[in-house]
Design a protein around this ligand. Structure first.
Ligand SMILES: [Zn+2]
Length: 321
């Protein structure tokens, strides 16, 4: 099969007050179809932005033939319900996204148990308990945010793009790659102005995914492709992908080295590392900070740089000399 070159991508970038700067989603027009890739946040600003971009290009919502989701996060799926309720069209995502998008009760409860055990073993104490209580409340509170439409597992190609599984930031993250045009829509795999977080997550059986290792492998996978441009989930379009990918890969190594040095100085628990490295951000962004720490600990352990030992239910890390 020959990859189609004749398509046009219309970016929709909505300003965001956080350090993400913008939340992006994309309309892709091919010879035969109009497809929405990601669906922003569920509010009026995003709906207006979508309508504006459709209108400027001579379309309306009824012309959208399908929706593809790069991953399950709320800022990528917000308009799926309002669009599909009025206009039922197929929704495609990676298989791993389905229990998360459907907010499957058993899965969500398993996920809370997963974090409870994880934060205990990392020595997080009260901060961990607080986060777990919040997650538990969120199951009930966010129940109505589940995606109502059926979600179809995405295949290996869609719209003439190759579908690549690029987990790490999310277990279900995919990228759409067009070899002929050397471009890619890549969700939150890589962002120009900040390094994308590899968020700690369980797999469907409750085992911890090595998310930072996955993220690194995903970056290495796309580094080997011919790429001129990446359309990211946040911030500006990426014009020199290889340079940025190398910078991000280098960043992972540098951070791992910093954590290893702290462990060598005698800080042995995940929580101790998080507090000592992140200081004020620790309390403000507890779950992000713990993802960074745990991801790098898993990475250092996989590379046989450090080892761990359980004492009183808490993992203690030490440098392998
Ligand atoms: Zn995301």
């Amino acid at each position: 099969m020959e990859w189609k070159e004749t398509y046009e991508i219309f970016p929709i970038m909505v300003d965001d007050s956080t350090n993400l700067r913008t939340v992006n989603f994309y309309l892709v027009k091919t010879d035969q179809s109009l497809v929405l890739v990601d669906a922003g946040i569920h509010n009026e600003d995003f709906m207006n932005a979508l309508h504006k971009t459709l209108y400027e290009n001579g379309f309306s919502v009824e012309d959208i033939a399908e929706i593809i989701l790069t991953h399950n996060h709320y800022d990528h799926v917000g308009l799926v319900n309002p669009i599909t309720e009025k206009h039922p069209i197929p929704v495609f995502a990676h298989e791993e996204a389905i229990p998360r998008l459907k907010r499957d009760r058993a899965f969500m409860e398993m996920r809370v148990e997963f974090y409870m055990k994880l934060y205990k073993e990392m020595g997080c104490g009260e901060a961990g308990d607080k986060r777990v209580a919040f997650l538990r409340e969120s199951i009930e509170k966010n129940r109505n945010q589940s995606i109502h439409a059926d979600i179809n597992p995405i295949g290996s190609s869609q719209l003439g793009f190759e579908v690549l599984h690029v987990p790490g930031h999310a277990p279900d993250q995919i990228a759409l790659y067009n070899e002929a045009n050397q471009e890619m829509i890549a969700g939150d795999l890589i962002i120009d102005h900040i390094s994308s977080n590899a968020l700690v997550e369980p797999d469907h059986s409750g085992e911890r995914l090595p998310t930072l290792i996955q993220h690194k492998k995903s970056l290495e996978k796309i580094r080997n492709l011919n790429l001129k441009q990446i359309y990211p989930g946040h911030g500006v379009l990426i014009k020199e992908p290889k340079v940025l990918i190398d910078r991000r890969l280098g960043g992972i190594e540098r951070k791992a080295e910093k954590f290893k040095n702290l462990i060598r100085e005698g800080i042995s628990t995940g929580n101790g590392l998080a507090k000592s490295y992140y200081k004020k951000i620790y309390a403000k962004q507890f779950s992000l900070v713990m993802s960074e720490i745990i991801g790098h600990l898993d990475y250092l352990e996989a590379n046989e740089q450090i080892k761990k030992e359980m004492k009183n239910g808490v993992w203690h890390y030490s440098v392998k000399e």
